[in-house]
Design a protein around this ligand. Sequence first.
Ligand code: RUB
Length: 329
Amino acid sequence: MTPVPAKTLQIAEEIRSMRTRGAGRIACAAVQGLMIAAEESRASTPEQLLEDVAQAARALHNTRPSAVSLPNGLRYFFTRLEAKAKETTDTATIRQHARDIGQGFITMSNNAVKAIGQIGSRFIDDGDVIFTYCNSATAVEILITAHQMGKQFSVYVPETRPKYQGHISATWLDDAGIACCLITDNAIRYLMGHADKVFVGADAIAANGAVLNKIGTSMVALAANEARLDFFVAAESYKFSPLTMLGELIQIEEREASEVVPTDQLASWKHVTVRNPAFDLTPPEYIDAIITEQGQIPPQGAISILYEQYGWFTSELALPWESHVPASS
Ligand code: RUB
């Protein structure tokens, strides 16, 4: 078996350490990791080549446990390559399929973000004051598209402790020439009363329409609900979680305490512990619409997006690369 290529392991590490972050960017990077594994595989049979790719998928999976886009991207690539590998014994042909499948996923993802930008921008009116949260390329695309259409609006951007992804959103909006105001997370409820609508992204969407996104999103949704604002979620359809059709819960990633407080300070306390959940779930009751590349749906429509993609999902489809574990391991 070919060892997992160094470049694939580096992609996995960049995802784990959050140098690559944001659900869409994570999925595309992971698929690139699989493309590299297929390219660099020295396998002489289709089965060996699939095992090399499966091994890479195992290294990439679970680097960020909450972003369902990651296993969904890996599954997209792996199931299609597996099907192609049944059609030929020529590994060069399978490698070419791997390039096409991977590029197909990345193009599909980029096009979905653009389509969501177009669809979502229709919800923005002149004079709007908008809230976003964390850093979602998909939600920001809506704002940029509306701005390019000539709409006049401004945006509140909470910092998003502890990793300050709000600063990235502020930079993107600034670069695009969109007026935005950076605020502390503590100011969200107070300033929500001065806003009109909210656009956030998603790391995962459950079959019941609940949305998993950066920790604090559910508080933004609560405040928006109280202030009677529309709360929109921008998400490509590959961020919907098929496993939730089987009743599985989406895992909430807990990150290191050092992101919250310096390690020496924590060590100096005798009775203090830290918890650092990275995501939370916003219940469907707080969501007005989920904007996908296919159009906007009420959160209760999540199940139809999942059914369209996966049919009635079965557990064998869960992590298809797991069935390629070599007998010896
Ligand atoms: C990022 C985050 C984003 C979603 C959607 O969290 O919660 O809102 O991933 O982003 P983290 P996108 O910084 O922990 O990865 O729309 O870019 O896919």
